[in-house]
Design a protein around this ligand. Structure first.
Ligand code: M6R
Length: 606
C-alpha cells in the first residue's frame, strides 16, 4: 500500500524524499506528494500518476526546506486526484498516511458540525483536520497528535509535519508498519527499511499502537497507553544492489533471473554440507502435531496450496489451507494440537496478519514463512522462517514464490522425518532432489528466447486457460494470476480433471490452453484432458519434459520441452516458464510490468 518517508535532514529534504519515494513506489503509484517546512512555512507539492509527474512538478516549482514528509499513494478513499493526494494539510499541519481510518465518517461529521471544511474525499484528511482542531484549542503539536491518535480506529502509519517546526516530526503506527531511522544529526521515518536503507542502517521499528516524537536529537517513543518506552535500535543490512535493476529492463526480469541464486543460497542457509536440515529449536515437533493450517493471500496462498500436497504425501500430515480474507471470518475451529503457518512475502499483508492474530491463543504454534524478517507477521509469530529471497520490488511475485516453495518443501521433509514417514535415506533423497532445483532453474532460464517467442502467440488472446493436476494444479492458478496481473488478459487456472465439469464450454480455437504436465503418475490423465481440449479446437501449449513431449506433443499448438526433474518438486522449476510467459506477454502488450494498474506490492488494508 502507500509509501511514507519523513526527513529531518542536514540538507535539502525534497531530493532525499523523491529518491526514497522511488524506492517506495512499488507500494502504490496512483499519486505522489511531498511537504516541507522552510523558513517556518509549510508548503507542499502533489501530482497524480507516477512519481515522475511529481518530479516534473518539482522542476517547475521546487520546494526548499530540510524537514519534510512524502508519500506515494495506492488509492482507497477517493479517486487518484491532486486534491486526494497526500500530504493532506489542515491549517498548520500536514499528514501522510498508509492504511484506512475506519471511523473517518463519524470524525468527519463531528468536525463538519464544528464548521470544518474538507477539501478531499479521503479518510486521511480527517486526521489532519482533527490535529488542526486540537492545535486551535491551544494544545502543543505532541498533545494535539496524541489526542488525535486516541480517536482513530482502523489501521494507520502516519507522519505529521507542523508549520513553524523545522525540527519536529510526529509518527504513529497501528496495523501498518513504520520505522524510524537514526542518522548523524539527522532522523528519518519510513514505511520500511527499503525506504531508509541508503539514508541509514540504524532503525527503530515502532510497535503496535506506538507513536513517536522525532527531532534531530533523537526519538521519544510512547506506547499505546502514552507511556514513554524504549524501543531497540537495530542494524539493517539491505544490499543496495538488490534494490536496483542490475542491467535488466524490469525488476520482474531481474527477480526471475535471480531465482537459481537466491534459492541456492536459501537451501545453503537451512542445509549443512551433509544435507541435514537446520531449523531453529522453536520449530514444533511435527511428530506430535495433529493438523497444519496454512493461510496466505495471492501467490503466497498458491505456495501453501502446493505445499499441502507435500505435507500430505510425504508426511501424512492433514493440512487445511485457506485464503486469509476468508479464513478469519468463517471462524474455523482450531484444535489444541493444530499448528498454524502463515506465508507472506512482505510480512505485512493485513488479511494474513489478521488471520494470524485470530489463531493466537487457539493454535499450538504460530509459524510464519516470510521474506521480510522484521515484518509484523514475523514479529508476531512464535517462529518466523525467512525465505531469504532478497528485496522483491516487482509487484508480480516471482522469486518470493519459489523461495517460499523451497522453505515449505524443507518443512515438509522435516515433518515426514518427524512422523516416521521418511528414514535417513529417504530424507537424503528428497534433499538431493531439492538441491538439484537451482541447476534445473538455470537450464530453464536457457529457454527464455523460446518462451518469448511463445508469448508472442498469447498476446492477442482474450482469454487463456491454465491446466495442471496434483501439485501442478496450484501452479496453473499461479500462472493465471501472473498473466492477468501484468498483461491484463483474462486467465483462469483449473485442475485438468475439472475442465469437463463446466469450463470446457469456454474452449474454441481462440482460447490458448497452457498445460503443465511433467511426466509423473498423473501424466496420462492430464494428457487425456488435453486431448479433450484439442478435440474442441483449443490451442494447447504443452509444457512438459522430453519424455512427455515424445508421448504427447503431437497435435499441440506448441510444446515447450523442460529439463527433466523429479515430479515432486517440479512446481518450483515449472514456475519459471509460467513467470516468463506472463512477463513476455506483458512486454508484447506494452503494459507496465513492474507497476501494473490498480495493484500495489504490499496490501496493508483489509
Ligand atoms: O506480501 P504477501 O506475500 O503477503 O502478498 C500476498 C499477495 O498480495 C501477493 O502474492 C500478490 O498476489 C502478488 N501480486 C502476486 O504476484
Amino acid at each position: 500500500m502507500c509509501g511514507i518517508i519523513g526527513v529531518l535532514g542536514e540538507h535539502q529534504a525534497a531530493p532525499l524524499m523523491v529518491e526514497a519515494l522511488k524506492r517506495l513506489e512499488y507500494r502504490g503509484y496512483d499519486s505522489a506528494g511531498i511537504a516541507t517546512v522552510h523558513e517556518g512555512r509549510l508548503d507542499r507539492r502533489r501530482a497524480v500518476g507516477k512519481l515522475v509527474n511529481l518530479q516534473d512538478l518539482l522542476v517547475d516549482s521546487p520546494l526548499a526546506g530540510r524537514a519534510g514528509i512524502g508519500h506515494t499513494r495506492w488509492a482507497t478513499h477517493g479517486a487518484p486526484t491532486v486534491s486526494n493526494a497526500h500530504p493532506h494539510a489542515a491549517g498548520p499541519v500536514a499528514v501522510v498516511h498508509n492504511g484506512i481510518i475506519e471511523n473517518f465518517r463519524e470524525l468527519r461529521a463531528e468536525l463538519s458540525a464544528l464548521g470544518v471544511n474538507f477539501e478531499s474525499e479521503t479518510d486521511t484528511e480527517t486526521v489532519a483536520q482533527l490535529v488542526a482542531h486540537h492545535l486551535r484549542q491551544g494544545k502543543s503539536p505532541a498533545e494535539a497528535a496524541q489526542a488525535t491518535f486516541g480517536r482513530l480506529e482502523g489501521a494507520f502509519a502516519l507522519a505529521l509535519l507542523f508549520d513553524g517546526e523545522e525540527d519536529l516530526l510526529i509518527a504513529a503506527r497501528l496495523g501498518s508498519p513504520l520505522a524510524v531511522g537514526h542518522g548523524e544529526g539527522e532522523m528519518f521515518v519510513g514505511s520500511d527499511a527499503i525506504a531508509l536503507a541508503p539514508l541509514t542502517d540504524r532503525v527503530t521499528y515502532l510497535d503496535e499502537g506506538d507513536w513517536a516524537v522525532v527531532t534531530r536529537a533523537g526519538v521519544q517513543v510512547y506506547d499505546k497507553t502514552n507511556a514513554p518506552v524504549e524501543r531497540p535500535v537495530k542494524r539493517i543490512a539491505i544490499d543496495a544492489a538488490r534494490i536496483e535493476k542490475g542491467g535488466h529492463r524490469h525488476f520482474m526480469a531481474k527477480e526471475i533471473a535471480e531465482q537459481p541464486t537466491v534459492l541456492g543460497e536459501m537451501l545453503g542457509h537451512y542445509l549443512d554440507a551433509s544435507g541435514d536440515i537446520h531449523f531453529p529449536d522453536a520449530l514444533p515437533d511435527f511428530g506430535t502435531v495433529d493438523r497444519l493450517v496454512m493461510v496466505a493471500c495471492g501467490t503466497a496462498f498458491y505456495a501453501c496450496q502446493t505445499a499441502k500436497y507435500w505435507f500430505e504425501q510425504l508426511a501424512g500430515l492433514p493440512v487445511e489451507i485457506d485464503i486469509a480474507s476468508e479464513f478469519r471470518y468463517r471462524q474455523p475451529p482450531i484444535g489444541a494440537n493444530t499448528a498454524a503457518l502463515f506465508v507472506s512475502q512482505s510480512g505485512e499483508t493485513a488479511d494474513t496478519l489478521a488471520a494470524l492474530r485470530h489463531c493466537k491463543g487457539r493454535a499450538s504454534h504460530i509459524l510464519s514463512v516470510v521474506n521480510v524478517p522484521e515484518s509484523s507477521i514475523a514479529r508476531e509469530s512464535d517462529l518466523a522462517l525467512p525465505i531469504r529471497a532478497g528485496v522483491e520490488v516487482g509487484v508480480a511475485s516471482t522469486k518470493a514464490f519459489t523461495c517460499q516453495l523451497g522453505v515449505l518443501a524443507l518443512l515438509a521433509v522435516r515433518a515426514a522425518e518427524a512422523r516416521g514417514r521418511l528414514d535417513a535415506a529417504g530424507v537424503a533423497e528428497k534433499i538431493g532432489m531439492l538441491r538439484s532445483v537451482p541447476g534445473l532453474m538455470n537450464l530453464t532460464l536457457g529457454l527464455e528466447p523460446e518462451i518469448e517467442r511463445l508469448a508472442g502467440g498469447l498476446a492477442e488472446a482474450r482469454d487463456i486457460l491454465f491446466l495442471g493436476r496434483g501439485p501442478m494444479y496450484p501452479l496453473a492458478l499461479e500462472g493465471a494470476l501472473k498473466l492477468k496481473e501484468i498483461s491484463y488478459i483474462h486467465a483462469e487456472g483449473y485442475a485438468s480433471g475439472e475442465l469437463k465439469h463446466g469450463p470446457i464450454a469456454l474452449i474454441d480455437q481462440a482460447v490458448p490452453v497452457i498445460v503443465f504436465a511433467p511426466t509423473d503418475g498423473l501424466f496420462d490423465k492430464t494428457v487425456s484432458n488435453m486431448q479433450e481440449v484439442m478435440a474442441r479446437h483449443g490451442q494447447v501449449l504443452l509444457i512438459t519434459d522430453k519424455a512427455g513431449a515424445a508421448r504427447a506433443a503431437e497435435g499441440t499448438w506448441e510444446t515447450l520441452v523442460m529439463p527433466t526433474c523429479d515430479p515432486l518438486f517440479a512446481p518450483i522449476v515449472y514456475a519459471l516458464p509460467a513467470q516468463l510467459l506472463a512477463y513476455y506477454t506483458a512486454l508484447a502488450k506494452g503494459t507496465d510490468v513492474d507497476q501494473p494498474r490498480n495493484l500495489a506490492k504490499s496490501v496493508t488494508v483489509e
